[in-house]
Design a protein around this ligand. Sequence first.
Ligand code: NAD
Length: 476
Amino acid sequence: MSDYPELELYIGGEWRSAGQTLPVLNPADESTIGQLPIAGRHELDAALQAATEGFRVWSRTSPAERANIILKAAALMRARIEMIARSITLEQGKPLTESRAEVIRGCEFFEWDAGEAVRTYGRVIPSKPGIRYMVLQQPIGAVAAFAPWNFPMSQPARKIAGALAAGCSIIIKASEETPAGALHIARAFHDAGLPRGVLNLVFGVPAEISEYLIPSDPVRLVAFTGSTSVGKHLTGLAAAHMKPVLMELGGHAPVIVCEDADATTAGRISAERKARNSGQVCTSPTRFFVHERSYKAFTDAFVERARAIRQGNGLAEGIEMGPTANSRRVAALEGLVADARDKGARILTGGSRTGNLGYFFPVTVCADIPDTARAMHEEPFGPLALISPVSSLEEAVAKANALPFGLAAYAFTNSARTVDYLVDTVETGNLSINTLEASVAETPFGGVKESGYGREGGTEGVEAYMVKKNVSHLMT
Ligand code: NAD
């Protein structure tokens, strides 16, 4: 309990409490670890005013100076890795090793975007004599951002990094269930000397905050990561005020295991990846379409590794998988497994909550799962692996593309010809071959279809927070 920070709002460079609070729970034992202040209208108005002033100052700060402050904050976060990682494990449940990796990943987002800040080039367009056409990239303005609970530090980091590198100010509403990850980011920027009002951190009732901030005048861009249904709602709100959005929404990642692949290795590493963050990752490998000749080897290896995964309190030594982050996930997973069983799937391991204290749910394998099962359409967002045999590459791709999602997709193959076919046909924003890593700081990440639009990371991740201005200059 003492390791968990005191929770505060951060508005206009000041730490604030609020009249109302919400308890924050540890998902490993359901104990209360903190009290979170809840922003009301008064605090939101203060944040809007601060972001207006913050934008005025920050957009006129040189890119090199912006990069310096971002790098300084990232260095502080690296130095504080143990404290931040512990907070993440306490509030979200993942093993400490994963929390440390998350902090490093978050720092990489800051470091990459700081590098991009000084390279947001425009262009000069060849013109007839006497006139010059220039295209400049300029920060869009104040950003309203909403980050979810699955990665308490790296999800807010991605949005704050892009916005600050571009020269925008930001009001971020991080998750009420996992607030400390974002709080540690705000602390690092505060200590790094970020001007007041550039970064503002609030918590509260999500719908009330989004409905108030999105239409408000200084907000020029809405950035959200979360479910497709909430993303559609926020996109509608933004559209009513003609504001652009950056939407990282749901996924339901297919994994195509081809006949030529090493099915045993693919099965083992897939089980390990499924356990990452207890499967609560929008890119988590979920629908496994395995060539019928490799099906048994793949499934056996997956189940063997899944059964061996050590699940427990993420603070304990040697733990490979923590609890799911909240009771909603356990209820949702139990419902999906019961439906899959009813529809004829074989549950080869897992299938129900472990114990009755903490939100523990094991890696669960549903083999021979029919397309009609609910889990094959709804994002499980938990450690559920759905395995079915296919008899051809074409059949696998058709099944992979059958859903309205298109965020991450994976394949195991050693054939260049197969890779070429997959690159051309799989409907996804991110395709990974022989690896289950979907994105890193230097590559653009985002979805197609109902998985959202816009990209975070890469060069695109900073450009998303900028607008292009065309300047026509007639020499007189
Ligand atoms: P949810 O759909 O209620 O909430 C998802 C996220 O959106 C949360 O962070 C929540 O605080 C936020 N949110 C909800 N309503 C909002 C509103 N009106 N305005 C602003 N923010 C709002 O469900 P949940 O139980 O928290 O999560 C379950 C589902 O969300 C999962 O099944 C998964 O599909 C999705 N999810 C996706 C990601 C991701 O990384 N893409 C992360 C977390 C959750």
